[in-house]
Ligand binder design. Structure first.
Ligand SMILES: Cc1cc2nc3c(=O)[nH]c(=O)nc-3n(C[C@H](O)[C@H](O)[C@H](O)COP(=O)(O)OP(=O)(O)OC[C@H]3O[C@@H](n4cnc5c(N)ncnc54)[C@H](O)[C@@H]3O)c2cc1C
Length: 374
């Protein structure tokens, strides 16, 4: 008799990664799998500050073989559904819900996965609802719900950008934003629009970086918006300003830079330096090299715990970073195919051809060289 909570495959998380690969499993006819979600579909997007928009534009090009950059399934387009180019977090979560409903995804809500244990015959997931078991686990827990508040001494005193409901609701008129990438610049732009004064302290100078990979430099959407406020007297962009410590003082905060300079902030410094990410929960199941880069097999399987696969923005293959939806969705089919074969099930090759034609199957990583010609 089959044990309670015993599946062939367990997916952790119902964000774009979990919903995308789950929908593919449904199309493939996989019967005995489940998605465990602690909250709701697309919950990270629902937690975005209300002013935030997807940086990647949506456009319904799928009829001509160019899938909407934010779609997680072929023949779908968030841009078409919402008739907008840059969706809000709420809208994108609604798109994911529509996909989940259409494919009748088997999602169990309110299940928080705490721990993963490798057994002889697969994995045991420890949750707030007891144990779940499966020979194959697809980790799709994302990054957003795991803010990094330990990056330097006093980081816990700061307000992490993922804790902000609306930039219009943060108290004060004068802000220091720590971080120089998308989240930090996004925060600065919205605060300026609300009439606040903002100093951005960044390690580098992303605003003058021309790297062709938007995982490294700012997106065109952010450059456009930054240009609008660049000449504002209320905005100071301070590059080469690595923060090493924050201290609370009587009338505000002292922010210590590596250079020895100390910056004063009358309000809680805003921390927009990124995320620890959900892999911190299952750290021991992956190998990280000396540069802290995760090591995955060619099929995005852990090289430490066989049977554990990673989908989502943390997927990396050396220099190739999959941190946008249009990047990591191309690995769903690679992972799903590998698991199907390991389960000894028959593959529907037509479906995979369709995925390839829809730009949803990237199994040749040498194609990703970011060689921008102009
Ligand atoms: C400021 C910002 C702007 C961005 N803009 C873009 C953009 O324009 N375009 C783009 O492509 N990407 C963008 N991204 C990145 C994008 O949001 C992420 O890549 C995407 O959310 C990752 O999807 P995911 O499914 O892996 O993770 P998530 O969307 O975080 O989903 C993970 C899900 O897993 C659940 N979960 C987590 N841990 C557990 C657990 N232990 N047990 C049970 N459930 C769990 C969560 O509740 C959540 O529903 C942006 C990110 C940020 C922070």
């Amino acid at each position: 008799m089959m044990k309670k909570n015993q599946y062939d495959v367990i997916i952790v998380g119902a964000g774009p990664a979990g919903v995308g690969i789950g929908a593919l499993f449904m199309q493939m006819g996989l019967k005995n799998f489940v998605i465990l979600e602690r909250d709701s579909i697309g919950s990270s997007f629902k937690k975005w500050p209300e002013e935030m928009r997807l940086l990647t534009p949506s456009f319904p090009g799928h009829g001509f073989g160019l899938l909407d950059l934010n779609a997680v399934m072929p023949a779908t387009s968030p841009g078409y559904t919402f008739q907008t180019e840059h969706l809000s977090g709420e809208e994108y979560a609604e798109y994911l819900e529509a996909v989940a409903i259409h494919f009748k995804l088997p999602i169990e809500f309110g299940i928080d996965v705490f721990e993963l244990e490798k057994l002889d015959d697969g994995f045991e997931l420890k949750t707030n609802n007891g144990h779940y078991n499966a020979p194959y686990v697809v980790w799709a827990g994302g990054e957003f719900q795991y803010p990094d508040k330990e990056a330097f001494q006093g980081a816990e005193l700061c307000l992490h950008n993922s804790e902000v409901t609306s930039w219009g609701e943060v108290d004060g008129d004068d802000f220091v934003v720590i971080g120089g990438y998308e989240s930090a610049i996004d925060a600065a732009i919205h605060l300026i629009h609300y009439g606040k004064q903002v100093t951005v302290l960044a390690k580098g100078e992303s605003w003058s970086d021309d790297n062709p990979d938007p995982s490294i430099s700012l997106s065109p959407f952010t450059f456009d918006r930054l240009e609008e406020v660049m000449d504002s007297e209320d905005l100071i962009l301070r590059g080469k300003s690595k923060v090493v410590k924050v201290e609370q003082i009587e009338d505000g905060y002292s922010i210590f830079l590596e250079s020895g300079d100390v910056i004063f902030s009358p309000t809680r410094p805003i921390l927009a330096i990124g995320f620890k990410n959900s892999l911190s929960l299952i750290f021991e199941h992956f190998y990280y090299d000396e540069n802290n880069v995760i090591e995955l097999s060619e099929k995005d399987e852990s090289t430490v715990s066989e049977g554990l696969f990673l989908v989502g923005p943390q997927v990396r293959h050396q220099e190739v970073i999959f941190c946008f939806i249009y990047k990591f969705r191309q690995r769903f089919a690679v992972v799903a195919k590998e698991i199907y074969e390991k389960l000894g099930l028959e593959l529907n090759e037509e479906l995979f051809d369709y995925y390839r034609k829809s730009n949803m199957l990237l199994d040749d990583l040498s194609c990703c060289d970011n060689s921008c010609q102009c």
